[in-house]
Design a protein around this ligand. Structure first.
Ligand SMILES: Nc1nc2c(ncn2[C@@H]2O[C@H](COP(=O)(O)OP(=O)(O)OP(=O)(O)O)[C@@H](O)[C@H]2O)c(=O)[nH]1
Ligand SMILES: [Mg+2]
Length: 505
């Protein structure tokens, strides 16, 4: 399925471009055509200090986005892939200029203009994590009023620039506030606000992932985390994430808790041998003294006569935070492993792999469908622009019906099911999710990709069985019309898979 949908929409654009259309429409189509070639854009949004920039660094495996109070954190920042690394500041008045990275790799603290005059910052990095995805870090709004009922949108904490960045993105990580003790009413308000904001920018549950950031500050992970990183590191965060998932159904494709700070430390190679030495020295302290030290950030930073100098302790605190330190001292500093092994375990504890997984499953593996959908919607709206010829709408319609766009139709069914607009029996709901999220036949047909028994023949049988299930559902008199239409789309997918698998290899 690679890029088949994108190619089909590109062909539709090309067809329009070979015929006479008004200049403005032509320019629009050229823009849509160009946009088909660009990488997926993933925006990271959320309230001020939600941990957005830290998570961006963790995702990039590189400490580059600033987390301090410098003006840089007030600007929408685009991270994209390129061989010539650079920072370009774009001012609101149309001017732009380059700035150098800081010696430690961070973005410059001084961007050369007042924050309110800066429209965006463009950062090009030679970083494989950006190869197919452009990441957009956004500033958060800090006026979270106590009376959130008055303006529920404030719960999300997006300012005007961030809203505009959302409009330009294809997929979004919503860092949701920790409404730990809150009532369901507030959570529902959050879900409603997210739904409105995401909907206004053209997102569907298939392009939204909610992230419960700073999971280490919900519970400190010391109670149940296991040394090998298996088990649940953040049980309270997991319980909270499940509650969020319930409320955000139909708004987000999932809710993942993560301790971005720990992931950043692990993945941006910040755990050096010196850091591990310091951790070990702290771990070797008498337990009572150590617990006292870990009571507060102040105590940790300034208690006299501790075997680790104050400057090193300040560094540890910045690197891992107090909960992270507790976790490390409880679990990581007791062995004899070097920095690399400790990083690996810290990474497993952070929960970042679940974020990567969800991004891959929901967004990167679906980049073809996401890009084609975006382009088709834009092309369709151009076909209704003043002066656009009627045949243009036929070109769009033909593309929409093309088998190459079957993936888009599947996603549409999935979105309608997630929104509660379609009622499906559990078995069919599971079929649909596997089908729409799977990247190859084995996963699309609900099998385990590592299962050796899943040969062509077995997969073909699965496809046929599923096609039959959906046919039966479509023909059931209790199935209403929208569900029947949806069932036909899904049945077509299974039939096509069966024909392909039953045919010559
Ligand atoms: N304990 C803990 N602290 C975190 C975590 N992620 C971020 N922080 C801290 O929270 C503060 C804010 O983090 P940022 O990454 O700058 O948050 P942001 O959302 O980018 O903030 P703004 O851009 O200013 O809106 C920093 O002091 C981080 O060190 C986390 O997972 N755990
Ligand atoms: Mg930030």
């Amino acid at each position: 399925m690679p890029a088949a949908a994108t190619r089909r929409v590109a062909a539709a654009c090309d067809e329009v471009l070979t015929r006479p259309v008004p200049g403005a429409v032509r320019e629009g189509v050229l823009r849509v055509r160009r946009e088909l070639e660009r990488p997926l854009r993933l925006a990271v949004v959320g309230r001020v200090k939600a941990g957005k920039s830290t998570l961006v660094n963790a995702l990039l495996g590189q400490r580059v986005a600033r987390v301090d109070a410098s003006e840089c954190t007030r600007a929408v920042t685009w991270f994209s892939y390129g061989h010539q690394e650079k920072v370009v500041v774009h001012a609101r008045n149309g001017r732009s200029w380059t700035r150098a990275f800081e010696a430690d790799g961070y973005l410059p603290a001084d961007l050369g203009a007042a924050p309110e005059d800066i429209a965006s910052v463009e950062v090009v990095l030679c970083n494989e994590a950006l190869a197919g995805t452009t990441v957009i870090d956004t500033p958060g709004l800090d006026s979270l009023t106590a009376d959130a009922g008055a303006r529920t949108e404030e719960l999300l904490g997006l300012d005007g620039d961030s809203q505009r960045a959302l409009q330009a993105a294809d997929a979004v990580l919503f860092l949701v506030p920790q409404l730990t003790r809150s009532d369901d009413q507030r959570l529902r308000a959050l879900a409603a606000a997210m739904s409105r904001t995401a909907g206004a920018s053209g997102f569907s549950p298939a392009t939204v992932l909610a992230v419960l950031s700073r999971a280490d500050t919900i519970d400190d992970g010391t109670a149940t985390a296991t040394l090998d990183g298996s088990g649940d590191t953040w049980p309270a965060a997991t319980v909270l994430a499940a509650r969020y998932a319930e409320q955000l159904q139909g708004v987000a494709g999932g809710v993942v808790p993560v301790a971005g700070l720990l992931a950043e430390a692990a993945d941006a190679s910040l755990i050096t041998d010196a850091v591990v030495d310091d951790l070990r020295r702290l771990a070797a302290m008498p337990e009572d003294d150590r617990e006292l030290l870990l009571l507060s950030a102040n105590l940790f930073a300034s208690t006299p006569d501790v075997g680790v100098p104050e400057a090193n302790r300040a560094r540890l605190l910045g690197l891992l935070g107090l909960p992270g330190l507790r976790l490390c001292l409880a679990h990581l500093a007791d062995g004899h492993e070097g920095a690399e092994a400790v990083s690996k375990r810290l990474r497993a504890l952070s929960g970042i792999e679940a974020v990567h997984d969800a991004i891959r499953r929901l967004f990167t593996a679906q980049a073809d469908a996401i890009g084609a959908h975006r382009a088709l919607v834009a092309l369709e709206s151009l076909s209704f622009a003043p002066g656009a010829p009627a045949w243009m709408r036929d070109v769009v319609e033909e593309a929409r019906e093309d088998p190459a766009l079957q993936g888009l139709r599947e996603r549409d069914v999935l979105v309608r099911w997630t929104r509660g607009e379609l009622l499906l029996p559990p078995e069919l709901a599971a079929d649909l999710q596997a089908l729409a999220h799977g990247a190859d036949d084995a996963t699309r047909l609900g099998g385990d990709p590592r299962d050796p028994a899943a040969d062509r023949e077995a997969l073909g049988r699965r496809a046929l069985a599923a096609a039959t299930r959906w046919l039966r559902f479509a023909n059931d008199p209790r199935t209403d019309l929208p569900a029947r239409r949806a069932a036909e789309v899904v049945r077509d997918s299974y039939t096509a898979a069966w024909e392909r698998l039953a045919g010559p290899a």
